[in-house]
Design a protein around this ligand. Structure first.
Ligand code: AMP
Ligand code: MG
Length: 406
């Protein structure tokens, strides 16, 4: 039996390539950018006025002239007006292209307007100003062709805004795998059914499905009976149609646990079976020649969820090109655990005064106690090789909340 660390290394070293797809910019949020984004024009693309006020000649101002005839008004969104004489000024608005012949903007706060006959005049109440004041010069932020966003970043609203301004209405992103979620077991019925005394409702598939939906990973659920023929036939088709297969149940030592045998018959190479951990010891993992991965989780709902969270999610993130930071949390109550196994203990979390995560064990009634999940927020990984885990030590932390992983 291999250790948790060995199992993780085997899983993480399985490289998958699901290609690149183009999506509408509106759909790109949270995805991993698969192309470099460059400036299609200078930034800003023209000498842009940054204050409402007047545009005028710096030289005239510099020579001491403070009263100017207002030639016209230029709003944003129209072509540049042209200063007819240095005796004139143009009333101009923020966002407008700087009028031709002008190289200074004085803001309204420093101006007084007055009328002379039917002419409008302006008086400047300002002693000093530099050339180009209140003008955001063309190309002063970036030049055309410069790299604005390097690929492999996770797209946020900031990147969306930049891509919008350079006209990327479509964007290339790392493609996600098509995932099949397959539960197995004769005792299982659908969530909307009333189970007979010997039956239970399926909870594994929906926990995985809703998590994948949250990550916007395309998926489909299946349920198969503990029947060799059915398993062999259906899993063969599923392997053909999907990139990754997540199975639950049927990998332990029971008389109806056929999956390890069936998967090998279907030429999925076993990379490991059984991990020295609690819960989730019977976890089976393999891959076939076409580079498709099969995660076969033990059926116990907490085991399934723990293996999905601690093994599958980090692997998925890595292969999507996301850098997932490994989180740790501080244990705040000592734990004694005798078996020589890695222990993914359920914990309740709090954020301490210094912003670090602090956790308290919520062990419940063991790995069959599904309802106990509601009392906890995460799994904390206590490594094997010791029996006492003291309060104050930090351990790997796997939050149930996967909304903010990278
Ligand atoms: P297995 O790994 O197939 O031996 O299943 C272990 C335990 O988990 C059994 O008590 C099963 O009834 C239960 N189980 C298996 N699959 C599911 C599922 N999809 N939802 C809820 N419980 C399950
Ligand atoms: Mg079963």
């Amino acid at each position: 039996m291999i250790s948790v660390v060995e199992a993780k290394n085997i899983v993480q070293s399985q490289q998958a390539n699901w290609g690149i797809v183009k999506v509408a910019l509106e759909e790109s949020m949270g995805e991993v950018l698969a192309e470099d984004i460059k400036a299609d024009r200078d930034f800003p693309p023209f000498d842009r006025v940054t204050m409402d006020g007047i545009a005028l000649s710096f030289d005239a101002f510099d020579k001491g002239k403070r009263e100017f005839k207002v030639q016209e008004v230029q709003l944003a969104g129209v072509p540049a007006a042209s200063l007819k004489s240095n005796e004139n000024a143009i009333e101009i608005m923020t966002g407008a292209i700087l009028s031709e012949g002008c190289d200074l903007i004085i803001r309204y706060e420093d101006l007084e307007f007055y009328e002379e006959g039917d002419e409008k005049w302006v008086k400047i109440n300002l002693d000093e100003a530099d050339r180009w004041k209140n003008v955001h010069r063309q190309g002063s932020d970036q030049n055309k062709g410069e790299l604005l966003i390097a690929k492999e970043v996770v797209i946020t609203a900031a990147e969306v805004a930049i891509m919008a301004t350079v006209g990327h209405h479509e964007v290339r992103i790392n493609n996600k795998p098509k995932v099949a979620i397959v539960s197995t077991g004769d005792e299982l019925v659908d969530v909307d059914k009333v189970p007979l005394p010997h039956q239970i409702r399926k909870s594994n598939s929906i926990a995985i499905q809703t998590s994948l939906n949250q990550l916007r990973v395309p998926n489909q659920c299946f349920h198969l009976l503990d029947d060799k023929e059915e398993l062999r036939g259906k899993i063969a088709t599923i392997l053909n149609d999907f990139d990754v297969v997540l199975l639950s149940g049927g990998v332990s030592k029971g008389k109806a646990d056929f999956l390890p045998e069936i998967l090998e018959e279907l030429e999925v190479e076993k990379l490991f079976h059984k991990v020295a951990q609690r819960p989730g010891k019977p976890f089976w993992f393999g891959a076939n020649q076409s580079g498709k991965q099969v995660f076969a989780f033990p059926g116990n709902p907490i085991s399934t969820y723990m293996c999905f969270r601690a093994f599958f999610i980090p692997w998925l993130m890595q292969n999507l090109g996301r850098k997932v930071e490994l989180r740790t949390a501080i244990l705040r109550e000592a734990v004694t655990f005798k078996p020589d196994l890695g222990y993914f203990i359920q914990v309740r979390s709090e954020i301490g005064r210094d912003g670090l995560i602090e956790v308290y064990p919520e062990t419940g009634n063991g790995s069959g106690d599904l309802a106990n999940l509601a009392k906890s927020h995460a799994f904390l990984f206590l490594p094997p090789g010791q029996q006492l885990y003291e309060s104050g030590n930090s351990y790997e932390y796997y939050s149930f909340d996967i909304s903010n992983l990278a």
